[in-house]
Design a protein around this ligand. Sequence first.
Ligand code: GDP
Ligand code: MG
Length: 440
Amino acid sequence: LGGRIAQAMRSMTSKTVIDEEAVDNMLKEISSALLSSDVNVKLVSSLRKNVKNRINLEDLATGLNRRRMIQQAVFEELCEMLNPGKKPYQPKKGKPNVIMFVGLQGSGKTTSCTKYALHYQRKSWKTCLVCSDTFRAGAFDQLKQNATKARIPFYGSYTERDPVKIARDGVEMFKKEGQEIIIVDTSGRHKQEASLFEEMQQIAAAVEPDDIVFVLDSSIGQAAHDQATAFKEAVSVGSVIMTKLDGHAKGGGALSAVAATSSPIVFIGTGEHFDDFETFEVRSFVSRLLGLGDVGGLMNAIKDAGLDKQPELYQKLSQGVFTLRDMYEQFQNVMKMGPIGKVMSMIPGMSALMTKGREHESQERFKKFMTIMDSMTDDELDTENVNKIFTDTRVFRIAQGSGSHPQQVWELIEEFKRFQKMIAKMKHLKIGKNGEMPQM
Ligand code: GDP
Ligand code: MG
């Protein structure tokens, strides 16, 4: 998607006269890219209108930064669309907060419940889980297993078939225990159907939730809008969690869900593990949606890993200077950071290099690369022009020294060149301190 939008922008700058037609054509291109990214049709057309209103053609005709200005307009407009104008429910300390999860079967409710509980538990909230899904066989076992793994108190029953009774009993019990975040997991159905909605309404009436979280599988694409609308009509949805954003889903469904429910997205699920859960940040998300890389998220990851405490490397990166020695240090740092793919996928252009679910392989590859770099001389490690310095003789020497094949050394050099290009791009991103809009 990002590629297509960038392309639309480029086709514009090559034009000498920026007239209404040029802008229209570009917006047409951008719109079709957004449609293919599952953004709802109606939203795309209103986006198109709004962007046009934001752009002042007279300014554009003379301004040097017209490309940036248009991009900014698209960016801001997308952010605007993800803002329902309403803050998500904030749980209050020292009292029970009942949070009910709803969504279709398989959307990721039970998984997200656990992630949600764990998220708050780590912030020292007393959290617990109630399984009121009596529809699906094995539902209680699944929740029990999750809860046990995450060490979260849970409630459920193998014999009771009435989900309303279980929900009521569980919530009551946990309230008496003084729990602060009581999460009620409910059942789903394959389709939106009356029986599901009735059950949801009955449970909601019984436990009087402080917030209802709608869990949406992002891989359903354009169907997101109708599904979100149906749930919102049945119960008072207050927040949204989008799951499976790690797969092929393009994320445009998020805009539909926000528009349909007038509720903010609070978290996104990016994998099956409990840690694959991120607080939703509008600007980071839009950056990713536009293929700009998640600069805000990247900055957070860099901070979490303490990379910002290495002023030298940090400064080099922001200046776009990057040598093999820097790459070596990057590999070291990234390995310290743990789930490598997560950090890498936030870097523009990096997702291509990192295959999700193959982090281990990538780590092995990086280790091999580091061994090869151990056999390099200082001037090789510090050069900014690898094309010039690496001759066949040098490569042969390095290969022998590191016990590898010259082909592997060349592979490393190619990889490095890709890295260098990417870092150069990061320089152009002009990363703001608060994850401000990066430049394409
Ligand atoms: P429920 O029926 O709504 O309770 O959905 P589950 O929580 O049982 O999840 C259904 C499937 O989706 C399970 O295999 C989960 O592991 C998987 N799943 C849930 N969230 C995510 C996610 O963010 N990413 C990926 N890749 N899988 C997920
Ligand atoms: Mg479930």
